[in-house]
Design a protein around this ligand. Structure first.
Ligand SMILES: CC(C)(COP(=O)(O)OP(=O)(O)OC[C@H]1O[C@@H](n2cnc3c(N)ncnc32)[C@H](O)[C@@H]1O)[C@@H](O)C(=O)NCCC(=O)NCCS
Ligand SMILES: Nc1ncnc2c1ncn2[C@@H]1O[C@H](COP(=O)(O)OP(=O)(O)OP(=O)(O)O)[C@@H](O)[C@H]1O
Length: 217
């Protein structure tokens, strides 16, 4: 064995970190799962945020600051009621973010570190505010690739109404609290169009996964 080979690190291969960007209900979850593949992990910030919101600590803060309108019959935060208020009241939204974001960030960092330590081949960050708060968490800068999922606003709003029971127009209302979509698209290294079926999108994402892994070798 040449002496230089003996000096090469022999640990597990580096984890490819991919960030998924796109509008609300554009198909990011399907893309994230496909990009991760069977051995990869998806780090889903919305799910982590739901867990943090439901924790006794943050539930208590919500109850104390917002009062009974923000709680459901079981005493835990009512996400639909909170959404109605916080997306039209930036001060309350920032208050809620101040309780949730630091806890979610710590959780994302821990999961990413665990993936790297375990030699997981692909870690996908499905983090809706990945670019908005990058100054604070720096996660976008850690991504090896950023992928934007493109879908028309009308389709996305119809899906959010159909699949989540959101009021019509809520997608656009929430997106007013986010970086404009063309800025996100401009930052992406790859764009996947979700203007066909779910199967079309999954096929395109699988093709991109193969491309990213080949380029990473
Ligand atoms: C307001 C809440 C209770 C509404 O819950 P709901 O189940 O209706 O929506 P969910 O959490 O699944 O979010 C769906 C989408 O709304 C958008 N969204 C959520 N929070 C925010 C926010 N603070 N700013 C901008 N967009 C947001 C994102 O695109 C997200 O993917 C919830 O979104 C929340 O707690 N938001 C604050 C925490 C946060 O910023 N979460 C985003 C990921 S960390
Ligand atoms: N091509 C498609 N045809 C029909 N329905 C679709 C298509 N793509 C996604 N959907 C549906 O639209 C909804 C939104 O998709 P998904 O949850 O993947 O979006 P998302 O971008 O992850 O959402 P969020 O912004 O809330 O995280 C889901 O119910 C999904 O099954």
């Amino acid at each position: 064995m040449p002496a230089s080979d003996a000096l090469r690190p022999t640990g597990p291969a580096a984890t490819l970190v991919v960030g998924v960007l796109g509008g609300i209900a554009s198909g990011k979850s399907l893309v994230a799962t496909t990009l991760a593949g069977p051995m990869g992990v998806v780090i889903d910030a919305d799910t982590l945020a739901h867990e943090v919101l439901a924790s006794p600590e943050v539930s208590g803060l919500v109850a104390q600051a917002f009062g009974s309108w923000a709680l459901g019959p079981d005493g835990s935060p009512d996400r639909a009621a909170l959404a109605r208020i916080v997306f039209s009241d930036p001060d309350r939204r920032r208050l809620l973010e101040g309780w949730i974001h630091p806890r979610v960030r710590a959780n994302i960092r821990a999961r990413l570190a665990e993936a790297r330590l375990g030699g997981v081949p692909v870690a996908v960050l499905d983090v809706p505010l990945l670019l908005e708060h990058d100054d604070g968490h720096g996660l976008a800068r850690e991504c090896d690739a950023l992928v934007f999922v493109d879908a028309a606003l009308e389709d996305r709003d119809l899906r959010a109404v159909r699949d989540r029971g959101w009021p019509p127009g809520d997608v656009a209302r929430r997106e007013r609290a986010q970086l404009p979509l063309d800025r996100k698209r401009d930052r992406a290294d790859h764009v996947l169009s979700n203007d066909g079926s779910r199967e079309d999108l999954a096929r395109a994402a699988a093709g991109l996964r193969a491309e990213l892994l080949a380029a990473d070798r």
